[in-house]
Design a protein around this ligand. Structure first.
Ligand code: USQ
Length: 384
């Protein structure tokens, strides 16, 4: 298949490009390299040094014997999307080109607005570009499990639910509640996709994915092929952060009561699930919502798992619950449905317990590099 990845320079975008190339698909990508700049803005960097786009393309040629078109450009630019789609003629466009950090979106008004503008505009540009050039192209869009929030009901895996309101029944969009401007941007994206998708009979998979963890996938066999790995308070997700904290002898930091519960998935399983969704598109004109996670944990349990792994590897570390910088439920019901990926044959191959040991071992050679960023690890960005 021919796959265009918007956001190809990112943590998942790059790993997915490698997986698809390794499976013989043709891949092109667009990225404005904004995560590299924003990571610098908060005084941080990827744990693994990142090759330039040109070096990435060369590494793919050398290691995977594949060619890759890596376009440095902005996915908000509708003209760029039109030109690239007309020229490359993708079967599927993957949309990862969004600002993906909740804390970054909560820094101040400018960061909130940047997140909303960037994410909504890139989504609308893509919806229009595809509907005008070839509405049969499958759009695979990265949403988030965080769109649902943490409701007191079982989270369905569907765009709509049956509800009784004031005694009358109707079908309504599945209720949503974002925990940051970032999460709200994904909710607003979803509404744009549902509306424009209905008007133009678009074929869409909207993925509701939980936090991803891991340092590598099957294709990431050496430094030249590495994907970025963030660990600072703004860009790092919880498990990745805990591993770096343990490695650097910093306390592992569950926020508040630590009973915040989410559905987690390894990078390896994430790219494999995405490959399955690309190779098994929905019916033409269908809007498919997919919940994507592998295991459910609360953040205190995760701290214990990382601590045990670190101790086994001879590292000294402790768990220290820190004041929660976020406004979120610290104890809640959580039971999301997951049926589409299993129906496509998806079986997670990694689990947190096994993977965090591999992650810490993978990070050990970069300890000195990581020491330089110790000051950007403890949480500072407050929601209020
Ligand atoms: N947390 C801690 N300690 C830490 C860091 C985080 O307890 O050191 C807690 C947070 O308070 C939160 C949970 O861990 O309750 C998850 O936080 P996170 O930073 O790992 O993830 P989040 O900000 O929700 O966002 C990440 C990705 C985002 C993706 C989302 C999936 O950055 O792109 O959409 O995970 S989900 O969480 O399901 O919305």
């Amino acid at each position: 298949m021919r796959v265009l990845i918007l956001g190809i320079d990112g943590y998942i975008g790059w790993a997915l490009a490698l997986r698809l190339l390794a499976k013989g698909h043709e891949v092109a990508g667009i990225d404005n390299l904004s995560t590299r700049r924003f990571s610098e803005e908060v005084g941080s960097d990827s744990a693994f040094p990142l090759p330039s786009p040109k070096d990435r393309v060369n590494a793919v040629k050398k290691k995977l014997d594949a060619s890759l078109d890596f376009i440095v450009g902005d996915a908000k630019d509708k003209k760029l999307l039109e030109d690239t789609i007309s020229k490359f003629k993708p079967d599927v466009v993957v949309h990862f080109a969004e600002q993906r950090s909740a804390p970054f979106s909560m820094r101040d008004y400018n960061h909130a607005w940047y997140t909303l503008e960037n994410n909504l505009k890139s989504t609308l540009s893509l919806l229009y570009a595809v509907s005008e050039i070839d509405p049969s192209i499958h759009i695979l869009k990265m949403g988030t499990m965080g769109e649902y929030g943490t409701p007191n009901f079982d989270i369905p895996e569907s765009a709509f639910v049956r509800a009784v309101i004031n005694g009358k029944e109707d079908i309504i969009p599945t209720p949503k509640w974002g925990g940051s401007y970032y999460h709200w941007s994904k909710i607003f994206d979803t509404y744009l996709i549902m509306f424009k998708g209905m008007l133009s009979s678009l074929t869409v998979t909207d993925i509701m994915q939980g936090p991803v963890y891991g340092t590598k996938t099957e294709e990431i066999i050496d430094e030249e092929l590495r994907t970025r790995f963030d660990f600072d308070e703004t860009w790092g997700t919880v498990i990745n952060r805990y591993c770096v904290e343990a490695l650097l002898g910093l306390p592992i930091t569950p926020y508040g009561k630590g009973k915040q519960t989410r559905g987690f998935i390894s990078l390896e399983d994430s790219v494999e699930a995405l490959r399955l969704l690309i190779e098994n598109p929905p019916k033409q004109g269908e809007y498919r919502v997919v919940n994507q996670f592998a295991e459910i944990f609360n953040v205190y349990e995760l701290a214990q798992i990382v601590k045990n792994a670190a101790v086994e590897l001879g590292l000294k570390t402790e768990i220290r619950s820190v004041e929660n910088p976020r406004i979120e439920k610290e104890e809640h019901y959580y039971n999301p449905e997951i049926k589409i990926l299993p129906s496509l044959g998806f079986r997670p191959r990694k689990d947190v317990r096994g993977e965090v040991k591999i992650m810490i071992k993978d990070l050990i050679p970069y300890k000195e590099r990581l020491e330089r960023f110790k000051h950007v690890i403890m949480p500072k960005t407050r929601w209020r």
